[in-house]
Design a protein around this ligand. Structure first.
Ligand code: ZN
Length: 366
């Protein structure tokens, strides 16, 4: 059993992402509906942990708001001011499909602060590892604007905090959200001190990002790794990618801290993507990353919540991740798995293996 910290704040559930139909704003023939980026999947994850008893066995850490100086590790002053202004004047889009609600500036500061608090607790040895259930998510946010539900880039700022304020020399960010982690990639594309790995659905969101040949630039060449998987990849394809690409690049880089941008929207029921990962897949992926953290950084592993929009299924995926991080197995069995998780289609297909093998060739991990 490990001492796993859980970081959350009620305000995360109060961020108002506005009216939308899935991702698109209403208007014309799009009837107003709730945004897919609603608090429901996150709150239900926390509720499931409370019901199973897992929550009581975690080490609870209160987040604190990030400072503007910490935001400026990555973001421009103009973006910060724009978010602040929108938040104080009823809200609006702070970039590309990134809605700021009334008061969202303070909540977004608390989300970045939650990511920082998780890194601080793990690096300073207050716990073995940590899961931060932060909202709004962060990995699409670029330096000068928000994007795709993301206002500030929680993972990038947390990694930069570890570098600048805690003095770590090598930090790894692995982003397994189904969408490409473009903002985080931007932050470290020329930076050899942060290994950035993104596993995502190919040719999806944002357009033109996350291609295999995007491997970093200048001194950072080789420390960006993109693994674009074909639609309908499931547990076996993700695990193959982790074993064949992520493990060897991690062994070579030898991080002192591993941060997972943990978006569980590659789950098989998610409305925002077309992948087939089950809760058991996420459990195994977590086990692989936990073992890599044990090998290289004394177990220092931080998971930061990103996407995941199936309100029914995301809680079971996240619950499995926290069980695996903590080594605590409750009596929760994924009720969907026997029906949907055992479909004979959810295996490693030749075209999925071939794609991962292409990435191996580019990064010489074969
Ligand atoms: Zn996503």
């Amino acid at each position: 059993m490990r001492k796993t910290a859980f970081i959350c704040d009620e305000s995360y559930f109060w961020h108002d992402a506005g009216s939308a139909a899935l991702v698109l704003p209403p208007g014309g023939y799009i009837q107003p509906d709730g945004s897919a980026e609603s608090p429901d999947s996150k709150r239900r994850f926390k509720s499931l942990m409370e019901k199973s008893g897992l929550y009581d066995k975690l080490s609870l850490i209160k987040p604190y708001p990030a400072t503007e100086d910490q935001l400026k590790y990555f973001h421009t002053g103009a973006h910060i001011e724009n978010v602040k202004k929108l938040s104080a004047s009823g809200g609006g889009d702070c970039g590309a499909l990134a809605m700021v609600g009334n008061g969202s500036y303070e909540i977004a500061l608390m989300a970045v602060g939650g990511a920082i608090a998780a890194v601080e607790a793990v690096v300073k040895g207050k716990c073995d590892n940590a899961y931060a259930l932060t909202r709004p998510p962060g990995h699409h946010a670029v330096a000068n604007m928000g994007m795709g539900y993301c206002i500030f880039n929680n993972a990038a700022i947390a990694a930069l905090y570890a570098r600048k304020e805690l003095g770590l020399e090598r930090v790894m960010v692995i982003d397994w959200d189904v969408h490409h982690g473009n903002g985080t990639e931007d932050a470290f594309y020329k930076d050899p001190s942060v290994l950035f790995v993104s596993i995502h659905q190919e040719k999806y969101f944002p357009a033109g990002r996350g291609e295999i040949e995007h491997i970093g630039e200048g001194e950072g060449k080789g420390t960006t790794v993109n693994i674009p998987l074909p639609a309908a990849t499931g547990d076996a394809g993700y695990i193959y990618a982790l074993e064949k690409v992520v493990k060897p690049v991690t062994d070579k880089f030898k991080p002192q801290l591993i941060i997972i941008s943990a978006g569980q929207d590659a789950n098989m029921f998610d409305p925002s993507a077309r992948m087939m990962v089950t809760s058991e897949g996420y459990r195994k992926m977590t086990e692989i990353m936990r073992n890599l953290a044990d090998t290289h950084c004394g177990g220092k592993l931080v998971a930061l919540h990103e996407g995941g929009y199936s309100t029914a299924y995301v809680p079971f995926c996240c619950h499995a991740i926290v069980e695996e991080m903590s080594g605590i197995k409750t009596d929760v069995e994924d009720p969907f798995f026997p029906v949907y998780g055992t479909t004979p289609y959810n295996v490693l297909h030749d075209h999925q293996k071939a794609r991962v093998d292409e990435v191996c060739a580019v990064h010489a991990t074969a």
